[in-house]
Design a protein around this ligand. Structure first.
Ligand SMILES: Cc1cc2nc3c(=O)[nH]c(=O)nc-3n(C[C@H](O)[C@H](O)[C@H](O)COP(=O)(O)OP(=O)(O)OC[C@H]3O[C@@H](n4cnc5c(N)ncnc54)[C@H](O)[C@@H]3O)c2cc1C
Ligand SMILES: Cc1ncc(C[n+]2csc(CCOP(=O)(O)OP(=O)(O)O)c2C)c(N)n1
Ligand SMILES: [Mg+2]
Length: 574
């Protein structure tokens, strides 16, 4: 049947199972928008294209399916850049469709012309410029396949306006995508598995480093089975959180810059590290010259370029983590590491008194109180989306997750402004889940315009603004490393309660710990989006901390106030 390029685009999206698109119109995509209402796909009109990109990313992280963005050429397309880079760093699948000026004027500095394939080349998994109607269908199919297969990532498809307007006979082709040279399905070599098994059996102090790849490959059951059979303790990366229930006795907690002290110490003393779907980010390793000096390394990753990129692997296995663990499991013997686990338990006891913020209610409201209490009242079952900064680290430390895809956070790029739009995207993936945004007062203001999108879409989110009056994480660095010269980090904020009200939403405020329970309870009851302004202690710091480039075991520890020494870990008691 005769179709325009714009119609073909929508038909292909329907065939690929797309149910929601996040976008913003403009001249170069008007032919596509003109047919939008004829197709059964919900379109969320955002307030800024960066918001659309983070929404698609949040949707992808909450569902495992690629999120879809639609934007116009020039400024529409360049507004996507931060969102695309964010998704690229954290391997999140996304397809961004942009309109481009007509092919006859490309290269002539036409109105709103930007070479967006050139701009996004280094920050996308792949991109295309489509200037011919015949390429629209096959290119979109390829784009979705590339975004979601192997190591997932963002793909951009730039379509010229003339290609959108051309017509041709269109029949949906459901044959599988074949791309010579793109091999996301590499098979594991048996001799590598043999070597891995030898190292596992001879190790006395092994640690599994569980990353985002555990969640992306769906290797939850396999990981649990693997560690229970081998009795190997597990350290989580920030993006791996939820890959193993926090309450599992072999789950040590988060590693790295703001990880638990005992976790980093265990890594430094280990004789074997098993890196499962993680990429040894510098926030995880600290000084590479002194990182896990006694440990052999087994690295399993679907992306061959990750093996030996940062850490030299004794055994490098390229393959999907779930499939690799499934192959390994039958040959694994039952193992015990009693002494090692006991030793880590001793390290833990010291850290619990020192590092966990267990401050009695002294009239001050600490961010850790708020996050701990939200965890407590939601019984750890909420989907939590954070922004970037101190509150993000406290969320990783104090909101314990039992399930995967329930902590959504920008790790690699650390993009302030991510939380609110990503949570809106997650809402479309998880219509029935309780969703909490935990954002800093600084980052929230970067994309706060998307409160209007919440109102327009009738979305329910609970938004906790951890309002410390500072760009807290930067202030902390200034306190520790720049002799407290607080240049450009103090914030004069809007009244967040009135801001919510101006958007037709509910605003609440809490200034003391007693008020936390009430505002959380109210927020959970009120049907629409609720913004809570938590006015917390201003000059509080995240501990422990490995300063950039320092040895992983040389953490700055929380000073131990006398009244805290006797207290035990609130999280585990609650
Ligand atoms: C303020 C701030 C502080 C931070 N502090 C910390 C910290 O203390 N600790 C910490 O851990 N992080 C911290 N981070 C996050 C850090 O920067 C990285 O984003 C994070 O460590 C990356 O985790 P990852 O390697 O598991 O995930 P990713 O970066 O997403 O990497 C996932 C890996 O899994 C692989 N993979 C994907 N799919 C599969 C599959 N199917 N099979 C096998 N492999 C697969 C990918 O190829 C990739 O190599 C911080 C970030 C910020 C913003
Ligand atoms: C877009 C962007 N700009 C700058 C930074 C650098 N940065 C990292 S954390 C941070 C402070 C965040 O402040 P806030 O949102 O108030 O959170 P807090 O640390 O106070 O919890 C800044 C400026 C960043 N990560 N992202
Ligand atoms: Mg702040």
């Amino acid at each position: 049947m005769e179709r325009t390029g714009a119609q073909i685009l929508w038909e292909v999206l329907v065939q690929l199972g797309v149910d929601v698109v996040f976008g913003y119109p403009g001249g170069a995509v008007l032919p596509i928008y003109d047919f939008m209402l004829e197709y059964p796909i919900h379109h969320v009109r955002v307030r800024h294209e960066q918001g659309a990109a983070h929404m698609a990313d949040g949707y992808a992280r909450a569902s495992g399916k690629p999120g879809v963005v639609l934007a116009t050429s020039g400024p529409g397309a360049t507004n996507l850049v931060t969102g695309i880079a964010t998704a690229m760093m954290d391997s999140s699948p996304m397809v961004c469709i942009t309109g481009q000026v007509p092919s006859s004027v490309i290269g002539m500095d036409a109105f709103q012309e930007t070479d967006i394939t050139g701009v996004t080349l280094p920050i996308s998994k792949h991109n295309y410029l489509v200037s011919n109607i015949e390429e629209i269908g096959p290119t979109l199919k390829e784009a979705f396949y590339i975004a979601a297969s192997g190591r997932p990532g963002p793909v951009l498809v730039d379509i010229t306006k003339d290609a959108q307007n051309q017509s041709m006979d269109f029949v949906w082709d459901d044959s599988p995508v074949r791309l010579p040279g793109y091999r996301p399905d590499l098979r594991v070599l048996p001799e590598e598995l043999e070597r891995a098994l030898d190292l596992i059996q001879s190790s006395r102090r092994p640690v599994v480093l569980a990353g985002h790849g555990v969640i992306m490959s769906g290797a939850l059951k396999e990981l649990k089975h693997f560690i229970e059979k081998t009795q190997i303790p597990v350290a989580m990366t920030l993006l791996g959180i939820g890959g193993l229930p926090a309450s599992h006795p072999l789950n040590l907690g988060m590693m790295g810059m703001h990880g638990e002290a005992w976790v980093n110490k265990a890594i430094q003393e280990a004789d074997l590290l098993l890196a499962f779907g993680m990429r040894f980010d510098d926030r995880v390793t600290g000084n590479l010259n002194t990182y896990a000096p006694k440990a052999r390394k087994i690295h399993i990753d679907v992306d061959p370029s990750e093996i030996n990129k940062v850490i030299k692997a004794d055994v490098g296995i390229v393959g999907d983590l779930r499939e690799t663990l499934q192959t390994l499991l039958p040959d694994l013997p039952q193992l015990e590491h009693r002494d090692w686990l006991e030793y880590i338990g001793l390290l833990k006891a010291d850290s619990a008194a020192r590092d966990i913020q267990n401050i009695p209610d002294d009239g001050h409201l600490y961010a850790a109180h708020v996050i701990h209490d939200i965890w407590h009242y939601t019984q750890g079952e909420a989907l939590v989306v954070t922004d970037v900064g101190q509150h993000q680290m406290w969320t990783a430390q104090y909101y314990q997750h039992e399930h995967p895809q329930r902590l959504i956070t920008s790790g690699g790029l650390g993009t302030m402004g991510f939380a609110l739009p990503a949570a809106i995207g997650a809402r479309f993936a998880r219509p029935d889940d309780e969703i909490w945004v935990i954002a800093g007062d600084g980052g929230f203001q970067m994309t706060q315009a998307e409160l209007s999108t919440c109102k327009q879409e009738g979305i329910k989110l609970n938004i906790a603004i951890i309002n410390n009056g500072y760009l807290g994480m930067v202030r902390q660095w200034q306190e520790l490393f720049y002799e407290r010269r607080y240049a450009a980090t103090q914030l004069i904020n809007p009244d967040f309660v009135m801001l919510a009200q101006a958007h037709g939403l509910t605003g609440l405020r809490a200034e003391s710990r007693e008020e936390v329970h009430d505002v959380v309870a109210q927020a959970r009851e009120i049907p629409g989006t609720v913004v809570i302004d938590f006015q917390v202690e201003q000059e509080d710091s995240v501990y422990p901390m490995v300063p950039t480039g320092a040895d992983l075991h040389n953490m700055i520890r929380r000073p131990v106030p006398q009244h805290e020494i006797a207290k035990s870990d609130v999280r585990r008691k609650a």
